[in-house]
Design a protein around this ligand. Structure first.
Ligand SMILES: [Zn+2]
Ligand SMILES: [Zn+2]
Length: 254
């Protein structure tokens, strides 16, 4: 089922400024955290008490509405990941300490997840021992997290288990959380170690799974600005419909 007027918040977290998205059904209060990879205290403080720095971007409502109590108490019902790179998953263990919920990841990234702490350390970051995902994201299905439904689009290429997550919204554009599969004007790197990166596969995933979607869908990439399916399909220099066939790219971002 589609949600009406969801509260969607984007937080750029950690040194790599990874986009963590927090989605709340404003009717039930059910909330999911997508890619809770860093700054767990900041996320928890805002989700629980509207305290601290809060999100960098949000669909609203306004702060006055929050403090008037016009929103139901938020209840985190699941953690969901687009993929297992450490910038997206490194601090999942800290969120799991606070929230007694299940963590969902595509199983083709389970091995990659075991490397999160080591990869983080290689970049000089302090990351706790990795969590083990509780539940598999099932490709091609619509999965329910409390009252929030997401369609799971498996889009390997940046990593083996990379997924894009579609949120259906009543009477407004849907939102698509793409991790590092697609960026505004770019695509995810395909040269990272132990990851299964493959540019041809990434390009095929995007052409097969994303370009058939509605042009108006709002795309939330793992790094950088928001975009839309229509904009990237037209103009993305690596995978857009006008991109040269023989363009090869390592993409960017982890
Ligand atoms: Zn990333
Ligand atoms: Zn990544």
């Amino acid at each position: 089922m589609a949600v009406s007027r969801p509260l969607i918040e984007n937080y750029f977290v950690g040194a790599l400024q990874m986009r963590c998205s927090v989605v709340t059904d404003t009717v039930s209060g059910d909330t999911i955290i997508i890619d809770g990879g860093a700054e767990p205290e900041r996320l928890i403080a805002w989700i629980e008490n509207w305290q601290g720095r809060g999100p960098d971007w949000s669909t609203g409502p306004s702060f006055a509405d929050y403090s008037n109590g016009d929103l139901p108490k938020r209840k985190v019902v699941a953690l969901v990941n687009t993929h297992a790179h450490f910038d997206h998953s490194g601090h999942i263990p800290d969120l799991l300490k606070n929230y007694n919920v299940k963590w969902y990841l595509h199983e083709d990234d389970y091995f990659l997840q075991t490397l999160a702490q080591r990869s983080g350390q290689r970049w000089g970051f302090d990351v706790p021992p990795p969590a083990i995902a509780d539940e598999k994201l099932i490709a091609g299905s619509v999965m329910s997290f409390g009252t929030i439904d997401l369609e799971i689009l498996h889009t390997p290429g940046h990593t083996l288990g990379g997924c894009c997550l579609r949120l259906f919204v009543d009477e407004e554009s849907d939102h698509l959380f793409v991790g590092d599969t697609l960026f505004a004007g770019s695509v995810g790197r395909t040269d990272l170690p132990d990851t299964g990166g493959d540019f041809d596969l990434l390009s095929k995933s995007i052409h097969d799974k994303l370009w058939p979607l509605d042009d108006e869908i709002i795309v939330h990439p793992g790094h950088g600005p928001l975009t839309t399916i229509g904009e990237e399909k037209m103009n993305n220099p690596f995978v857009g419909l006008s991109a040269k066939k023989d363009v090869f790219s390592r993409g960017k971002y982890l």
